[in-house]
Design a binder for this molecule. Sequence first.
Ligand code: HEC
Length: 106
Amino acid sequence: MKLSRIAIFALAAALMMSTVRPAQAQDAAALYKSKCQMCHGADGKGDTPAGKKMGTKDFHDPEVAKASDADLIKITTDGKGKMPAYKGKISDDDIKALVKYIHTLK
Ligand code: HEC
C-alpha cells in the first residue's frame, strides 16, 4: 500500500517535470490572449477594431518577420508609437516567451 503511494508520487513528479515546457508555452498564449490580443488579434494579423484604429501591423508582414527577436523584445518592453510599453508590467522572461509565441502565429 505504502509502496504504491510512493510509485504514484514518483509518477506524478515525472509527469510534472515532463510538462514544464508545454506549460510555459501555455503561459505565453494566455498572456498574449489577455494583454495583446485586443490589438494584435488571435492570429497576430492585427485586424481587430482596436488594431485597425491604431495601425497595428500584421506579425506576418515581411518587415516584422525579418526583425530580430531583440528588436521585437525591445518594442514590447519600451513600446513604439501607439504600442504600449510593458516594461515592469510583464517580466523580461515573459516578454521573451511572448516574442517566441508571436513567431508561432503563422
Ligand atoms: C493598445 C493596442 C496594443 C496592445 C495592447 C499591444 N500592442 Fe503591440 N503594437 C501595437 C501597435 C499600434 C503597433 C505598431 C507600432 C508602430 O509600428 O508604430 C504594435 C507593434 C508591436 C510589435 C512590433 C512589430 C510590429 O507589428 O510592428 C510587437 C513585437 C508587438 N507589438 C508586440 C506586442 C505584445 C507582445 C503585446 C502584449 C504584451 C502587445 N504588442 C500589445 C498595438 C498594441
